[in-house]
Design a protein around this ligand. Structure first.
Ligand code: BES
Ligand code: MN
Ligand code: ZN
Length: 488
């Protein structure tokens, strides 16, 4: 999708040349100060009972006299916030996307088109027209929509353009993350993730290194290797760098869980919904997407993405409950449950991250079912050993409309991880399962300013609209951009 801004006063919206004009109005009252032709068409529809100034209402009119655009759509937002605006844009695009319109223009009545509005609009449009088709030739045809212009006042132009550029970059990252995560696990393998990173590296100027099993053995990554050993698919340890700032500036490091299929291993999962464990590389996908977005925006920041990628499978060679392995940090781990594999691959990646002497490290993982129970599907779980880092991530989530919620890390939660046979066990009890998982990771990030995002509830949707969301690419991109240019 091609995004652009266009200056047009509300009184002249009827003269805008496009295939479809989507007018977003704010609930409560009829919009004021509008182009006369547009206003009278909407008033007539309201008088006839076909439109109400209530959130969620939409209307599509064709060939309205004295309106240039052959299609005039209206979508009513609950209020003038970027969040409500995005929701209304999404509903409006739903009306138009399968029609014949190619060039869309979006206008907001009753409020300024701020950077946040423009960004939210770009994401909403891209989201509404995305179709997964890689393994589904019978999927609906791609929408003919190919360009979106945001109408704004001259005084809002710079802000809107900046927000739109950011939104377009984030939308590209979200799309990449969704596409990777949606691919079936026989397509999206560790090797596929590595090839995708190389592809993005070439197109967007990233330095990419791929480590294989032998490299990981040399590094002593006993925990990561233990998870990978049950699978026939070769593991990949993917490292990518965006160097947008001076070499002397310490990087932000993102670590993404890249389990391309989580069967549970010998601690096998039940059959129901096991297919959804192809999404267990959602953290990895968000690292890919964020690197793409940050590189597209040429952000003045150094960013490193690390993805430990493998399958978690049962086999005669698979790791067993009771096995003790030695992590790269030197700490030994008793693997009591092979289904708690995410923390095992992440702990070695967190140790590996130390070599970059990072300013901060953030890991992103579909780590625990318990996090879904705690927070549902709206907010990601945030854990951090650093107050200001936690604050930055929470603020980024709010600004990006991709929210997180802070969870505790009291030492008392670590009790359950005690082991008679190793320095630490890989599971605690069921209570507070997302917290004990985070406590496990914290032991391997003690030297660093670290945060952990548990995205088990937010990375994908189940049910009829099953599919990856691309979250938390918006949160992460905002977080990294906010750090850009501020120095170490
Ligand atoms: N990938 C899963 C977490 C998960 C499960 C995310 C369901 C979303 C939905 C993870 O590897 C896992 O299996 N975690 C276990 C941990 C347990 C064995 C301590 C879980 O959450 O059940
Ligand atoms: Mn698991
Ligand atoms: Zn998993």
């Amino acid at each position: 999708m091609d995004f652009k801004t266009q200056v047009a006063a509300a009184t002249a919206w009827g003269k805008v040349e496009c295939d479809a004009l989507l007018l977003i109005t704010v609930a409560g009252a009829a919009p004021a100060g509008l182009d006369k032709a547009v206003a009278s068409a909407l008033e007539a529809a309201a008088a006839a009972g076909d439109l109400e100034w209530k959130a969620g209402r939409t209307l599509l009119l064709h060939r309205v006299p004295k309106v240039q655009a052959p299609r005039l759509a209206c979508s009513v937002a609950a209020d003038a916030s970027p969040k409500a605006f995005a929701k209304a844009v999404q509903a409006g695009v739903q009306l138009l996307k399968s029609g014949g319109a190619r060039d869309l223009a979006i206008a907001l009545s009753g409020a300024a088109m701020t950077a946040a509005h423009a960004e939210a609009a770009a994401l909403a449009v891209a989201d509404a027209v995305y179709v997964y088709r890689h393994t589904k030739p019978s999927a609906p045809a791609d929408s003919p929509l190919r360009s979106t212009a945001l109408l704004c006042a001259q005084s809002d132009l710079d802000e809107a353009a900046a927000g739109l550029a950011r939104g377009a970059a984030i939308a590209g990252g979200v799309q990449l993350a969704r596409e990777c995560a949606n691919r079936p696990p026989n397509h999206c393998t560790p090797s596929f993730l590595a090839a995708e990173m190389r592809r993005i590296g070439k197109s967007h100027g990233l330095k990419v290194d791929i480590l294989d099993r032998k490299d990981c053995e040399k590094l002593g990554m006993g925990a990561f290797l233990a998870v990978a050993q049950g699978s026939e698919e070769p593991l990949k340890f993917i490292v990518a760098r965006w160097n947008g700032a001076a070499k002397t500036e310490a990087p932000v490091v993102l670590v993404g869980k890249g389990i391309t299929f989580d069967s549970g291993g010998i601690s096998l999962k039940p059959a129901a919904e096991m297919d959804e464990m192809k999404f267990d590389m959602g953290g990895a996908a968000s690292v890919l997407g964020t690197l793409r977005a940050v590189a597209q925006l040429k952000a003045k920041v150094n960013l490193v993405g690390i993805i430990p990628a493998c399958e978690n499978m049962p086999s005669g060679r698979a790791v067993k409950p009771g096995d003790v392995v030695r992590s790269m940090s030197g700490q030994t781990i008793e693997i009591l449950n092979t289904d708690a594999e995410g923390r095992l691959i992440l702990c070695d990646a967190l140790t590996y991250a130390e070599r970059f002497k990072p300013e901060v490290v953030v890991d992103i993982a579909t780590l625990t079912g318990a996090c879904v129970i705690a927070l549902g599907h709206h907010r990601s779980g945030l854990f951090s050993n650093d107050e200001s880092l936690a604050g930055e991530l929470l603020a980024a989530g709010e600004a990006a409309l991709d929210p997180a919620w802070r969870m505790p890390l009291d030492d008392e939660y670590e009790e359950g991880l005690k082991s008679s046979f190793a320095d630490v066990a890989n599971v605690g009890g069921r209570p507070g399962g997302s917290i004990t998982a985070a406590k496990f990771l914290q032991r391997f990030a003690a030297q660093q300013r670290w945060a952990h995002l548990d995205i088990a509830g937010t990375a994908w949707k189940s049910g009829t609209a099953k599919g990856a969301t691309g979250r938390p690419v918006p949160l992460l991109t905002h977080f990294v951009l906010a750090r850009a240019g501020r120095g170490s």
